[in-house]
Design a protein around this ligand. Structure first.
Ligand SMILES: [Zn+2]
Length: 534
């Protein structure tokens, strides 16, 4: 079945057209997308291309997308709603921790792999296909990545739009423009139809090829030092607005108490006239979508993604869909770090600590990171609605904030100095003013605070017992802790970048598989740009 093509596929074109607008775009600072497509190293993707053509063959010869029949016969819509509800990760009890909070992707694999990577190239299609020559993998890949680099949604509709309305873009991807004579003819090097673009995206998603390219691209940048290794990782989650509606499902919890939860609507994939009679399966219209609570009590019907990156460079390493958007952020970090270590073992060997916001301030979680990965988890303090401490305080101190900062009668915040472990006490000293003098000098409260022996600043000690929620081994008041945590917000800039510059926060497709593909395409484009700018 294999074609006998010469080895030197990169033959020089006999005639080279030079377009003036191409030259202009190469000079233009705002057209990175064009330069990236222009300098595209297609050889990097030959393995994926071979896999794609085998997958396409499999896709064409099977009945893809035909609706599944109901495994649980005669299931009513209400029963299906309850089944889907209790299958959700956020409905599992604590004893059942087998279910990962992250979306676990199960890609298909082509049954036969016959296409050799060495025999595919831009415009060179394996001879396995009889009849119409399929559209070139490399051109479609460039089209999807080009649109993503322009900050558009990485979806077939946007790609179609750009290919049709921007001839320079179409040419940069490798398509030849139609002429009046060839307008009605099919040619593999003409711009593909929207249906072909949708099919390409579907195959890339179902066979896990976006995921493979993403891993290649990130790894390539790590190996070549485009992204340098750091000893810290930072994580957070972000939400993307779902392209679906929800309903409120009532259920009974294990104690028989009536409860409610927002869930995606149920639907069927078939075109049968009466869904209540046919035996096709009831599915969730948008699996993975859930209510995401943001600050100020705002609720979004959305998908959730977990993000991990290197804080110093502000470089994103991975972005993975959370299986159920209603999952608490704190539950996603450990499995996500494990996933990143699994994909990029070199990262694991460099990382000594990981940073997160107060959603991960949990002693048990910290221990798990230490035991399972020998990594220290640093999380912002979560005072858990602890009140200010106002009793049992040293002389001259008005209160201690939930964050462990004593404030004196005169309203000065005491500086944290360290720990005396044998005595189980934290040490603080009164701060200095702008002139470098102690605020205690000339303080009107001196008689109630300092005693005659006090020279310079008032020093106080506070027993660990007064602040039981503060980890004395890693107090958040310490300078080192603060210095490390100052790098944590860099993840927020990473999120802004991937969400606004390489896609759009409003999704245009449903389901976790499409969502993960959306994230993968964004991350591929992001890493291509990092490589280009290096
Ligand atoms: Zn049906």
């Amino acid at each position: 079945m294999l074609s006998l093509l010469p080895d030197h596929l990169a033959q020089i074109p006999l005639i080279q057209f030079v377009y003036e607008d191409d030259l202009l775009l190469l000079k233009d600072e705002n057209s990175e997308w064009f330069k990236i497509l222009h300098d595209f190293v297609w050889q990097d993707y030959q393995n994926i291309a071979a896999l794609y053509y085998d997958s396409l063959y499999e896709f064409n010869s099977s009945d893809q997308g035909s609706p599944k029949t109901n495994s649980t016969a005669n299931e009513t819509e209400e029963q299906a709603k309850q089944r889907h509800l209790f299958d959700r990760p956020t409905m599992q009890t604590n004893d059942d921790q087998a279910m990962s909070p992250l979306y676990q992707y199960q890609p298909m694999t082509p049954t036969l792999t016959t296409v050799s990577a060495a025999h595919v190239a831009p415009g060179v299609i394996p001879s396995r296909f009889i009849g119409r020559k399929p559209k070139c993998f490399f051109a479609m890949l460039k089209a999807f990545l080009g649109v993503t680099l322009m900050g558009q949604k990485p979806e077939p509709e946007q790609v179609d739009d750009f290919l049709r309305n921007n001839p320079t873009f179409a040419r940069a991807c490798g398509y030849t423009p139609k002429t009046l004579e060839t307008y009605d003819e099919y040619s593999f090097d003409h711009v593909p139809s929207l249906r072909k673009l949708e099919q390409f995206d579907q195959i890339m998603t179902q066979f896990g090829l976006w995921d493979k390219i993403k891993q290649f691209q990130v790894n390539d940048n790590l190996v070549h030092g485009v992204v340098e290794m750091e000893n810290e990782l930072v994580g957070d989650t972000t939400h993307y607005i779902a392209y679906s509606g929800f309903e409120t499902v009532e259920y009974q919890d294990e104690k028989g108490k009536k409860k409610k939860k927002s869930q995606s609507k149920t639907t069927k994939n078939c075109h049968c006239e009466n869904w209540n009679d046919c035996d096709h399966e009831w599915i969730l219209a948008d699996d993975g979508a859930g209510s995401v609570a943001k600050s100020g009590g705002k609720l979004y019907w959305a998908h959730k993604a977990a993000v991990i990156g290197f804080p110093r460079q502000g470089a994103i390493l991975d972005i993975t869909a959370v299986a159920d958007a209603a999952t608490h952020d704190g539950q996603t970090f450990l499995p996500h770090v494990a996933h990143v270590f699994d994909l990029y073992p070199d990262v694991q060997s460099c990382v000594s600590h990981v940073l997160y916001d107060s959603a991960c301030d949990d002693a048990e979680l910290k221990k798990k990171f230490e035991v399972d990965y020998q990594v220290e988890l640093k999380a912002s303090l979560n005072p858990r609605r602890k009140k200010e401490v106002t009793k049992g305080l040293p002389r001259g101190i008005d209160k201690i904030t939930p964050y462990g900062n004593p404030i004196c009668l005169e309203g000065h915040v005491m500086d944290y100095k360290g720990v005396r472990y044998e005595a189980e006490k934290f040490i603080y000293e009164a701060p200095q003013n702008e002139l470098g003098q102690s605020v205690c000098a000339g303080c009107p409260q001196r008689s109630q605070c300092c005693n005659a022996q006090t020279k310079g600043s008032r020093i106080i000690t506070v027993s660990f017992n007064l602040l039981p929620h503060i980890d004395s081994n890693d107090p958040p008041m310490a300078k080192r802790f603060k210095a490390i945590m100052r790098r944590r917000p860099s993840v927020e800039r990473m999120i802004k970048r991937i969400k606004c510059d390489f896609s759009d926060e409003r999704l245009a497709k449903r389901g976790n598989a499409s969502f993960q593909a959306y994230l993968d395409k964004s991350l591929i484009a992001y890493h291509l740009l990092l490589k280009h700018l290096d």
